[in-house]
Write a protein of this length. Structure first.
Lengths: 103, 103
């Protein structure tokens, strides 16, 4: 959280705190443009696995959308599985991943 | 729709009709296990593009989830872009893709 505060300003930490206050949220991860978790509320192994897979997936999704309509842009990618729900919000510099419990 | 009725039974056509009755739905596509659109309410070119990209994407997502937790299974993949929203519900035999207007 300290890294987020220093490198991304108070906006990032406030957003993370606000998201984590939701009872269904297991954890959040901020992934940098190189695919490494910049800051997270999960343990580092889980964060690394999620950020690796979900960042690749969101890049794939973004490319697929661009092939369908070149002027379109990915806003959110949501994966609902039997056990969890994961949301990726991509951005040019950082991706934010939120892992949630199934409700 | 006739193909859906003959090969997948009345359940498939009923589901497609029900989904298409929603005002936000642009079209639905049923993709077979080989990645080809089996039946659709979109034009064939759009259907082919969507089924090709979104099926690959849902397979990627499914594999990523399995790497995170081997007992987990993908239920729904939702892509929200600036212009549209697409939902993929994978199954062992068929994938159903629903393309929606942004509301």
């Amino acid at each position: 959280m300290e890294i987020a505060h220093n490198f991304m300003g108070p906006g990032a930490t406030n957003t993370m705190t606000r998201i984590n206050e939701n009872g269904n949220v297991v954890g959040t991860i901020i992934v940098n443009c190189e695919g490494f978790p910049e800051t997270t509320t999960l343990d580092s192994l889980t964060a690394a696995t999620y950020s690796n897979h979900l960042r690749t997936l969101s890049l794939h999704a973004s490319n697929a959308l661009k092939e369908i309509d070149v002027t379109d842009e990915l806003v959110v990618l949501r994966l609902v599985s039997k056990k969890t729900e994961a949301v990726v919000a991509p951005d040019s510099e950082f991706h934010i991943i939120v892992v949630m419990r199934k409700h």
